[in-house]
Design a binder for this molecule. Structure first.
Ligand code: ZN
Length: 187
């Protein structure tokens, strides 16, 4: 996790090290051994490798709008652990997430739930929005944190991952990215 946070610090201080070169890309062509996994949001303003100043082959990344887990998504994360031995999964949400905002609105008024599969995605975020609905302050930030913490707990309870967590080979952490400052804060 320190390596991820160090990379984010380089970005914050405009001291990034990584620019993609064909030589580097070729070095990774025959296999991968990423040192961490990040489960992020699909938002175009949250590109994981850029946020952590990393490159091809460094981070195993899964992204869905609003960091919503599904069977194939969990399968992807399990692959990263079982086949690639990643010792860390960071669930990285971000402030001003459109999916979280939609869930806060849908929690207030279910008629505002979007149609189709997008509705299912937003509905998956509604419990976190309901959990914080009566709190004062920034309800969107609170809903995001509740959702990221719940997602971390779901992964920690995953039977494929649990044994590795118990014996110290795997850690799952939640974090939030600030769109305006580029800073990652671990919950
Ligand atoms: Zn988002």
């Amino acid at each position: 996790m320190q390596r991820l946070l160090d990379g984010n610090k380089r970005l914050l201080s405009s001291q990034t090290l990584h620019t993609q070169t064909l030589d580097q890309i070729r070095r990774h062509a025959t296999g991968q051994s990423p040192y961490a996994q990040v489960f992020g949001c699909a938002d175009s303003r949250v590109p994981v490798e850029a946020i952590f100043d990393e490159d091809f082959g460094d981070v195993f990344v899964t992204r869905t709008a609003g960091n919503v887990l599904s069977e194939p998504t969990i399968g992807t994360i399990e692959y990263g652990v079982v086949a690639l031995n990643t010792p860390l999964i960071m669930v990285l949400g971000h402030q001003s997430c459109g999916a979280v905002k939609a869930a806060v609105e849908a929690a207030k008024d279910p008629a505002k739930t979007p149609q189709g599969a997008l509705g299912a995605l937003v509905s998956a975020l509604v419990p976190a929005a309901q959990q914080v609905a009566d709190r004062g302050g920034d309800v969107y930030a609170a809903a995001l944190e509740a959702h990221i913490r719940a997602t971390v707990a779901t992964l920690q309870g995953n039977p494929v991952l649990a044994g590795r967590i118990t014996d110290g080979r795997l850690r799952v952490v939640g974090a939030s990215y600030d769109l305006a400052t580029a800073k990652v804060t671990v919950y």
